[in-house]
Design a protein around this ligand. Structure first.
Ligand SMILES: *Cc1c(COP(=O)(O)O)cnc(C)c1O
Length: 397
């Protein structure tokens, strides 16, 4: 059957794949503990659901403007001012079907064939695929535990060529939890100004920061930096609304207009009633968000300490998001039956088969020495999962 080259060169999401595999094992009656989830385990707050129900009852079920209803775009402007000190007008906002869609539209609008986008690694799995779908070229700049998973400015500078169009900043970062220090953001902004680059700032985990770490939006470094920044955020993580599919981008009017044209001809508006739910979420107090973050902070402590107590595991402190990203390469070379555990895929498979614990191999994030464990799960799951992992590691000898 004919399948386009574009579709053929697009990889499926490895994070969704491991979650699916764990679910399947569970359906077969196997007791699997999953650390695969890329979403909060809390239910969407009741008042947000109520807003959607009211919208339904009122018959708010028709097309809306492609870029989102005006009150929601205004509420997003208010949020960006309140939380980030950024002044945007509603015509500088596009509401999208999740933050993912905002990023997809962004790459469609800023990439011509062959344009390079610098992506700090370890990276969220979708960035390189989205860049390729826009006929762009992902260029990786690697960082590891030695720099807290934040690339040095020299390493970034070395990757800049005449074809570089943009640099992605994802702070707090999925999968590493790294929060970029303000100084590095200033240096990146400086590079962007000097080399005429866009900055794509994915701030979806902004509310999830711990231990005195603070989120800082690179766009707030000045008017010139803001003009070059496409700020992406959304409802999924902060409000536990992954299934509702509401995200947004804020940028210069011409960029938003171009993204709106792409969206006009593809998805049209995000779901009308989900937009009303998002409006309610943004207009309310942040009590629900704060409760969730408090729970995450406790789980983070438990999982990071627990992982560091397992021989062969080395886990850096994640400053934000809800993932631990331990380095397990000290265990590579160990034997499992007639196999050698020599990469993150084999190691994750060993943990799934032997410990009945689902983790995501680091290979998909550009970090084959690491595995990702989401701590968006109960403390019980964390304790039991760590005990199972420790036992399986001990069995390796
Ligand atoms: C979850 C996530 C997103 C956006 O998710 P949506 O559900 O599409 O809003 C964006 N970036 C990163 C790094 C994420 O982990």
């Amino acid at each position: 059957m004919f399948i386009s080259q574009r579709a053929q060169r697009t990889s499926p999401s490895p994070t969704l794949a491991i979650t699916a595999k764990a679910r399947k094992m569970r359906e077969e009656g196997i007791d699997v503990l999953s650390f695969g989830a890329g979403e909060p385990d809390f239910d969407t707050p009741e008042f947000i659901k109520d807003a959607a129900i009211t919208a339904l009852r009122e018959g708010f079920t028709k097309y809306t403007p492609t870029a989102g209803i005006e009150p929601l775009r205004k509420a997003i402007c208010d949020k960006l001012w309140r939380d980030n000190g950024l002044k945007y007008e509603p015509n500088q906002i596009i509401v999208t079907c999740g933050g993912k869609h905002a990023l997809y539209n962004t790459f469609q609008v800023i990439c011509d064939p062959g344009d390079e986008v610098i992506i700090p690694a370890p990276y969220w799995v979708s960035y390189p695929e989205m860049v390729k779908l826009a006929d762009g070229v992902p260029v990786f700049v690697y960082a590891d535990e030695s720099t807290g998973f934040v690339p040095t400015i020299d390493a970034i500078r070395e990757k800049i060529t005449a074809r570089t169009r943009a640099i992605v900043v994802n702070s707090p970062c999925n999968p590493t939890g790294a929060v970029f220090p303000r100084q590095r953001l200033e240096e990146i902004a400086d590079l962007a100004l000097r080399h005429d680059l866009y900055i794509i700032s994915d701030e979806i985990y902004e509310k999830m920061v711990y231990d005195g770490h603070e989120h800082f939006s690179i766009a707030s470094l000045g008017e010139e930096v803001k003009k070059r920044t496409i700020l992406v955020n959304g409802m999924s993580k902060a409000y536990s609304m992954t299934g509702w599919r509401i995200g947004y981008a804020a940028a210069e009017r011409e960029l938003i207009a171009a993204m709106t044209r792409i969206q006009d001809q593809s998805t049209s508006n995000p779901t009308s009633i989900a937009q009303r739910a998002a409006l309610a979420a943004l207009q309310a107090s942040e009590d629900a968000v704060k409760q969730m973050v408090t729970a995450f902070a406790e789980r983070r402590r438990a999982i990071v300490d627990g992982l560091n107590n397992i021989p062969g595991f080395r886990c850096a402190e994640p400053g934000g998001a809800f993932y631990a990203f331990p380095n397990v390469s000290a265990l590579y070379g160990k034997r499992w039956g007639d196999r050698v555990l020599n990469n993150s895929d084999a190691f994750a498979e060993y943990l799934l088969e032997v410990a009945r614990v689902a983790v995501v191999p680091g290979s998909g994030f550009g970090a084959d020495e690491n595995i990702r464990l989401s701590y968006a799960c109960s403390l019980d799951t964390i304790r039991n999962g760590l005990a199972r992992i420790a036992e399986a590691v001990q069995a390796l000898g």
